[in-house]
Ligand binder design. Structure first.
Ligand code: DGL
Length: 255
């Protein structure tokens, strides 16, 4: 079984890619909705939650764990890898692909406060974007909207304008969707921003990395959803965000 975790429903954007590339695998998804958002929390709190959720998935039999959350990856992936012998696949803002795509030499990075403050993010920029202008912007309202299943409309457009106008004014031509929640707003972003703007979302690259792990093929390709929040609301969001998957969800409490 592949375990997938996120602060809430954002990791569905990665899960749908994993499901598309590895339809034979069983997946267990945990959304830590009771603690969502992670992006404005202290590193120590994000770390503790991520470690505890990973332990839970390992006890449930996960062979590989996907940290479908940039903030949790940036804060905790190294410690997870040093503590456990199973593979952990994490995600981080796609600075490298953005640097290869930009024509203007300016890129916008939309990500959480925690991700943008992390050492790992700074080293990504130093490695791949040293000669570029990199403009960062936390977008907490995007997480709130996706957690409510709101993917378009006036309030979404207002938030898009608020978060992107100064980056556009600086002549950026590539925007990194550096938080797993944001790809659900990509259609709204594409409709609102000029046509020449390109977006980087690392979901399918993460799924390709997962597919390179050695995984046993289970007899039934089950999909389980667990949340620390309200399971009914979580199921409703599954229906909106990943309608192709069964949406039954259970509540769980971290031991
Ligand atoms: N989806 C997460 C990320 O990729 C965190 C969003 C949040 O909880 O603030 O960073």
């Amino acid at each position: 079984m592949i375990g997938i975790l996120d602060s809430g429903v954002g990791g569905f954007s990665v899960m749908r890619e994993i499901r598309a590339q590895l339809p034979e695998q069983s997946l267990t998804y945990i959304g830590d909705t009771a603690w969502c958002p992670y992006g404005n929390k202290e590193f120590s709190e994000i770390r503790d939650r991520t470690l505890a959720l990973s332990d839970f998935l390992i006890n449930k039999g996960a062979e590989t764990i996907v940290i479908a959350c940039n903030s949790a990856t940036i804060v905790a992936i190294e410690e997870l890898r040093s503590r456990h012998c199973i593979p952990f696949v994490g995600m981080e803002p796609g600075v490298k692909p953005a640097s290869e795509l930009t024509q203007t030499g300016t890129i916008g990075v939309l990500a959480t406060e925690a991700s943008l403050a992390g050492e790992k993010f700074h080293s990504l920029v130093a490695t791949h974007a040293q000669d570029l202008r990199v403009i960062t912007q936390p977008c907490p309202k995007f997480v709130e909207f996706v957690e409510r299943g709101i993917l378009e409309g006036d309030q979404v457009n207002q938030a898009i304008d608020e978060y992107t106008s100064s980056i556009l004014a600086a002549n950026a031509d590539v925007f990194i969707l550096g938080c797993s929640h944001y790809p659900f707003l990509r259609p709204a972003l594409e409709a609102r921003l000029p046509d020449h703007i390109q977006f980087i979302d690392t979901g399918s690259a993460i799924a390709r990395r997962v597919s390179r792990q050695s995984l046993s093929t289970p007899e039934q390709n089950e999909v389980d959803f667990l949340t620390t929040g309200d399971p009914k609301e979580f199921s409703r969001l599954c229906g909106i965000l990943i309608p192709e998957l069964p949406s039954a969800c259970q509540h769980f409490i971290l031991p």
